[in-house]
Unconditional design. Sequence first.
Length: 132
Amino acid sequence: MKAEITALLVAVSLTAGCAHKTVLRDARVYQAELDQYDNWATQQAKYLRAFIEEHCECESDAEGPQFSDPECEKAADFVLTIEARHEWHKSMSLWNAGMIEAEPSEQPPEIAPLSCPLPAAPAASPEPAEGD
């Protein structure tokens, strides 16, 4: 009986506090982090796009539009993904955190098909007003 009570006390002490674990974050800090991650991703995509357009070549005899260098193809895929989805990911992060009212579409936007040369970059969206 004494061993059972000891085992029960050990189990309770090891699991105490785990059932109601909550992480609190300052909303302004979270917003700033999301803004920074979004800025890093979009700036990197912008610079990569310029690099791809200047230094990557297309294979003319390839089946479908392909880059001659696999690294250029990977970079182009990254660029197209960021350009298509960065706003959706940021909005979904804010919505999941309860910081915006409007729920983003359940499905992320379509990514443009990989092509060589890259399709034109989408028009830049206007910067949100302070406090949005």
